[in-house]
Design a protein around this ligand. Structure first.
Ligand SMILES: Nc1ncnc2c1ncn2[C@@H]1O[C@H](COP(=O)(O)OP(=O)(O)OP(=O)(O)O)[C@@H](O)[C@H]1O
Ligand SMILES: Nc1nc2c(ncn2[C@@H]2O[C@H](COP(=O)(O)O)[C@@H](O)[C@H]2O)c(=O)[nH]1
Length: 200
């Protein structure tokens, strides 16, 4: 057995349809696992009430976002319901090199791009218990116009078609239980990675 070994952190992607509870579950997960670093995305969407620059998102204008794309500053980006969203590259790469795990909470088109670039990443698809419940969750969150709500639900139908590209599916019925399942996945993936490194 190797006496000492260096390892990069794990890249964990949580995606799934709008309103399924990615933000809620990821936030609970970060409380349970404070060692998990969170990747703050860039977006051209307007801030919602209470959202803070650099905490929830880096809020950009469209020209600023396009400049980030041109300068290859994003590891992935997508247009989603009329806005751009993307993951800043440097922070993710530096975090992984430091041996720390990083959590990305992103939609499906972006997750598929990340999978191409980081095939060793862990990809988790969060599912609602039912479509009815999904609708209720977005509606009761109270952040979307009728038009945005309909678009988000329409996109969700398409997103489900990509579920087979993911390593794990987790149903978000009860937040703490969904969170426990993702924590268990991360723990198991660490053990698997250690086994691969040590048996190299
Ligand atoms: N397990 C759950 N049971 C009941 N309500 C939930 C659950 N998980 C999340 N919610 C509620 O559903 C709504 C949507 O959750 P959240 O904003 O976390 O979804 P999201 O997937 O991050 O959405 P988006 O992709 O649009 O940002 C919130 O009001 C949240 O409180
Ligand atoms: N491809 C990416 N998708 C992202 C990123 N950051 C967030 N998102 C996803 O966009 C939708 C809409 O988000 P909202 O905050 O407007 O509700 C949701 O699925 C997010 O997870 C990103 O960097 N890249």
């Amino acid at each position: 057995m190797k006496a000492a070994y260096q390892k990069e952190g794990l890249l964990i992607v949580v995606s799934g349809p709008s309103g399924v509870g990615k933000g809620t579950v990821c936030s609970a997960l970060r409380k349970r696992m404070p060692e998990l670093t969170y990747s703050v995305s860039a977006t051209t969407r307007a801030p919602r009430e209470g959202e803070k620059e650099g905490v929830n998102y880096f809020f950009k204008t469209v020209p600023e976002f396009k400049k980030m794309i041109e300068n290859d500053e994003l590891i992935e980006w997508a247009q989603y319901v009329g806005n751009y969203y993307g993951t800043p590259r440097r922070f993710v790469e530096e975090t992984l090199k430091e041996g720390k795990d990083i959590l990305l909470e992103i939609e499906v088109q972006g997750a598929l791009q990340v999978k191409q670039r980081f095939p060793d990443g862990i990809f988790v698809f969060l599912l609602p218990p039912t479509m009815e419940e999904l609708k209720k969750r977005i509606l009761y969150r109270g952040t979307e116009t009728e038009e945005s709500l309909a678009s988000r639900l329409g996109v969700a139908e398409d997103e489900f078609k990509h579920i087979h590209h993911y390593d794990y599916v987790v149903i978000n019925d009860v937040v703490e239980q969904a969170c426990e399942r993702i924590q268990a996945i991360i723990t198991a993936e660490h053990c698997r990675k250690d086994r691969l490194i040590l048996s190299d």
